[in-house]
Design a protein around this ligand. Structure first.
Ligand SMILES: [Zn+2]
Length: 74
């Protein structure tokens, strides 16, 4: 289990501004509220490595996600 205080400070690792929050999915995955990329939780610890990211349906590259720096304007 991930404690809520920890979840509160975690951010999408693809987002360079660290603004996109992660939400818990089925207690076994974390999902970015913005780009919907998912990360597995292993023994209570989220694996936030982009190499292990589970891409949302319809995407085959991290660069296509709205959190990716090349997708952010301003
Ligand atoms: Zn994201």
């Amino acid at each position: 289990m991930i404690i809520p205080e920890v979840l509160e400070v975690l951010r999408c690792p693809i987002d360079p501004k660290r603004e996109a929050k992660l939400i818990i999915e089925d207690n076994v995955r974390l999902m970015c509220g913005r780009c919907h990329v998912q990360f597995k939780i292993r023994e209570g610890f989220p694996s936030l490595l982009t190499e292990e990211a589970i891409l949302p349906e319809g995407s085959d590259n991290l660069r296509e996600l709205p959190c990716h720096p090349t997708r952010q304007h301003s």
